[in-house]
Write a protein that binds this ligand. Structure first.
Ligand SMILES: NC(=O)c1ccc[n+]([C@@H]2O[C@H](COP(=O)([O-])OP(=O)(O)OC[C@H]3O[C@@H](n4cnc5c(N)ncnc54)[C@H](OP(=O)(O)O)[C@@H]3O)[C@@H](O)[C@H]2O)c1
Length: 339
């Protein structure tokens, strides 16, 4: 059997329970092509990944490929996989935060993905600040503003409406911080079921991770492999490389797998939901398989917290407003929401 033909039984992939009781597969396929892959290449990966056992797909309107992914999802369902067996996430882009835009943005995504409902809809960023595709790190939206909680709650009320309308099963956040989430937890009628956040061995966010667990918010980990091929705008000279870390390399050698696979194993065993991206069958197969065989030992799980470099890769420069000092203002590092 060629490696491309190998399949993983979706029943063998661990799942995490959301506070609603719903179960989310513990590994999903990322679908952001980092400006490197075409929409049709990514849609092909969605189809191939479903064929080898993936049931969870992390989409977003801003990835500009939901139409093509929708065609793949139709093929997946006509092959006999039921809608209820799939977990499809999408995200509200920053230019659709206005009250009158949220519902229609979600309807557009549903139309593109050819679905009647989403399992999860996230507010992609807590700011209504956006940028043109492919811009460089110095590009700024002249209308960009800091986080304004009353504005965010207006957006969130529309997200809650989507649940009431039956268009989405769960709502959640992305690129949040503890202070912002505390306000949301105080004011939400429907609390976020998940928070999508950057999580990889060199950026473990232990306090934020624990905050999510303590509040029954499932952390979904983006860039789980350290996004080695992310766009240039997200690269900084001091960034470290997870898949070159000596501890990750040592474990990869023991298990005779690519270091990327160790990052995925660590994420699953820690309790977050990684959403690694790849269009290559060999890679996406090994990322799903990572959750089902050869777990890391207790010693290895204890060693990995020690390699955290607090190295945020997706710093978010392009979402900064005029008076912001630098990208750290997006992340409330001193516990205060920057204004
Ligand atoms: N909510 C948000 O704001 C947000 C932000 C960023 C990302 N995301 C989501 O998170 C997903 C994943 O993030 P990401 O794509 O930036 O980073 P990533 O998953 O950490 O890294 C992806 C890259 O790692 C390499 N790779 C993957 N599996 C591999 C394997 N088994 N062996 C060797 N190399 C492997 C591939 O490089 P090659 O292509 O060179 O093989 C691939 O392009 C995105 O697709 C998106 O869905 C969300």
């Amino acid at each position: 059997m060629s490696i491309e033909m190998e399949k993983i039984d979706p029943g063998s992939v661990p799942q995490r329970k959301l506070y609603t009781g719903a179960m989310i597969p513990a590994v999903g396929l990322g679908t952001f092509g980092s400006d490197r892959f075409s929409a049709s290449q990514i849609a092909e990966a969605v189809l191939g990944a479903a064929q080898i056992g993936y049931r969870h797909f992390d989409c977003a309107a801003v990835y500009a490929n939901e139409k093509e992914i929708g065609i793949s999802l139709q093929k997946v369902m006509s092959s006999g996989i039921k809608r209820e067996e799939l977990w499809v996430t999408s995200k509200l882009w920053n230019d659709k935060h206005a009250e009158e835009d949220v519902i229609s943005a979600c309807q557009q995504t549903l139309h593109d993905l050819q679905l009647k409902y989403l399992d999860l809809y996230l507010v992609h960023w807590p700011f209504p600040n956006h940028h043109a595709p492919g811009v460089d790190v110095n590009s700024r939206d002249p209308h960009a503003i800091p986080y304004i909680h009353s504005n965010f709650m207006k957006t969130w009320r529309q997200m809650e409406k989507l649940v009431a309308m039956g268009l989405v099963r769960h709502i959640g956040t992305s690129n949040m911080t503890v202070p912002k989430l505390k306000l949301l937890l105080r004011d939400a009628k429907i609390k976020p079921a998940t928070n999508e956040m950057e999580l990889h061995p060199h950026f473990q966010q232990p306090e934020f991770f624990q905050f999510c667990i303590d509040n029954e918010i499932i952390p979904i980990g983006f860039t789980p492999i350290g996004s080695p091929t992310r766009p240039d705008r997200d690269k900084a000279p001091d960034d470290t490389v997870d898949i070159e870390d000596p501890v990750i390399l040592k474990i990869a050698k023991r298990l005779n797998v690519h270091p990327a696979v160790i990052c995925v194993k660590w994420a699953v065993q820690r309790g977050q939901v990684p959403i690694p991206f790849s269009i290559y069958p060999r890679e996406y197969l090994s990322n799903l398989k990572a959750a089902t065989v050869d777990p890391l030992t207790e010693e290895e799980m204890q060693e990995i917290p020690g390699i955290d470099k607090n190295n945020r890769l997706i710093k978010g420069h392009v979402f900064l407003w005029e008076s912001a000092k630098d990208w750290k203002d997006l992340w409330d590092l001193d516990g205060q929401i920057a204004s």
